[in-house]
Write a protein that binds this ligand. Structure first.
Ligand SMILES: [Zn+2]
Length: 402
């Protein structure tokens, strides 16, 4: 996707060069103590950029590092994300570690998926369950009273940081944050999508924020408690009551709550898991609407490139026909690139869903969209990109079928 740039400001080559130099220095560092040296300088420089209210220098430095220094690029991304989502906050003469967090929800529906204000009693129940099931004892935290769609998350670095700062202050006061719905974007309608609860945690410096950071009393000497298992248990403990509380908003929707975590980490996890989730949703939807088994469908997988590989697009046709009925995008997430075996993941997910007829195209397709409605175009089995056309009789009036 093309980055939107603010046209009225010119970028500063010196700032870009300094950011790249610090990130490259950090990546090449030979010790923890040297890491700290570079990290402090880099963090201060990134904060300076966030204060300008313009992401352009950060983005230009990222682009530069992506091409010249992959390790520096990775360090730089981490440093930007850290500067945006966490900090030390001094509030009323007390110092807190603060972190913006997200609790993602995967969902799908043939009808519409909700977003918008969360009623007060529901917010209070969500708070109680987050505190009981996920967050460490003795923390203070805030929740935004809004269920965000991906279109409504702040766009870009400094806007995300602006929201984080509001949530941090609210968390130090242990109160929720009111969002003005009129300031948030319209939500696109999709069969399957993600929703986010956003909040922030404030703890005295160095204290745990999540339950998996707390020591568990039952662990025996010699037995290492596994954070991964603990996280899984915490997720399961959150999913059931969390879903019950949200259910009244999600009429006619399937939903799956993911583990609340630091904003960027939770966001990437949601992007990753949304791909197989959306594939399952699509195949369920096609089977029930077209009244055919998954074995009656064929999937066509093709890679789509901008400058680099950006995503795979997967089309669905009847097994013995070439018309594309429906398509989904499987975007690369985080540090994934051409070297990951994404196709194998896609094929495995298709098989889990019962689709065994799969055509894999290996041409490099350009990222093309419908000029009228902006929907992505999808590959047909002949290797052409076309508009997905769902059969009329299967359409429900409220569905956006692009
Ligand atoms: Zn169109």
């Amino acid at each position: 996707m093309k980055k939107t740039r603010a046209p009225h400001r010119s970028k500063s080559p010196r700032a870009v060069q300094e950011l790249s130099r610090l990130a490259a220095g950090l990546a090449a560092s030979g010790s923890r103590i040297e890491d700290a040296f570079w990290e402090n300088l880099l963090a201060a420089t990134i904060h300076g950029q966030l204060r300008t209210g313009d992401d352009q220098n950060l983005e230009t430095a990222l682009d530069q590092l992506y091409e010249t220094d992959p390790a520096g690029y990775g360090e730089f991304i981490h440093a930007i994300e850290a500067a945006i989502e966490c900090s030390v906050l001094t509030h009323k003469d007390r110092n807190y570690d603060v972190l913006m967090f997200a609790a993602p929800v995967l969902t799908w529906s043939r009808f519409s998926i909700p977003s918008g204000p969360i009623p007060e009693p529901m917010l209070a129940s969500l708070r109680a369950h987050l505190q009981a099931q996920v967050l460490a004892t003795d923390i203070q935290f805030s929740l935004a009273d809004y269920l965000f769609s991906p279109d409504q998350l702040p766009r870009g670095y400094h806007l995300t940081h602006e929201l984080a700062k509001k949530l941090w202050v609210a968390s130090a006061e242990n109160r929720d944050l009111h969002m003005n719905p009129r300031q948030l974007a319209e939500t696109g309608r999709f069969l399957s999508d993600t929703r986010y609860l956003l909040g922030a945690i404030a703890v005295p410096r160095g204290k745990p924020m999540f339950q998996w950071q707390e020591s568990i009393g039952t662990s025996q000497v010699g037995k290492v408690p596994e954070t991964k298992t603990q996280k899984q248990e915490i997720l399961l403990a959150w999913q059931t009551p969390g879903s019950e509380v949200l259910r009244p908003l999600f009429q006619g929707c399937a939903l799956e709550l993911l583990l609340p975590d630091g904003f960027f980490s939770a966001w990437r996890m949601a992007d990753r898991l949304a791909r197989p989730y959306s594939m399952h949703a699509t195949i369920d939807f096609l089977q029930s609407t077209l009244n055919i088994p998954a074995s009656g469908l064929r999937a066509v997988i093709a890679p789509f490139f901008d400058q680099w590989l950006e995503e795979y697009r997967i089309s669905f046709t009847f097994k013995d026909r070439d018309d594309v009925l429906y398509g989904i995008v499987w975007a690369l997430v985080g540090e994934e690139d051409e070297t990951n075996d994404t196709v194998a993941q896609i094929e495995t997910t298709l098989r889990e869903c019962g689709v065994t007829h799969v055509t894999l195209l290996d041409n490099r397709f350009p990222l093309e969209y419908c000029e009228e409605c902006g929907a992505p175009l999808f590959p047909n089995p002949e290797g052409e990109v076309v508009h997905a056309e769902f059969p009329e009789e299967g359409k429900t009036s409220s569905m956006h079928l692009h």
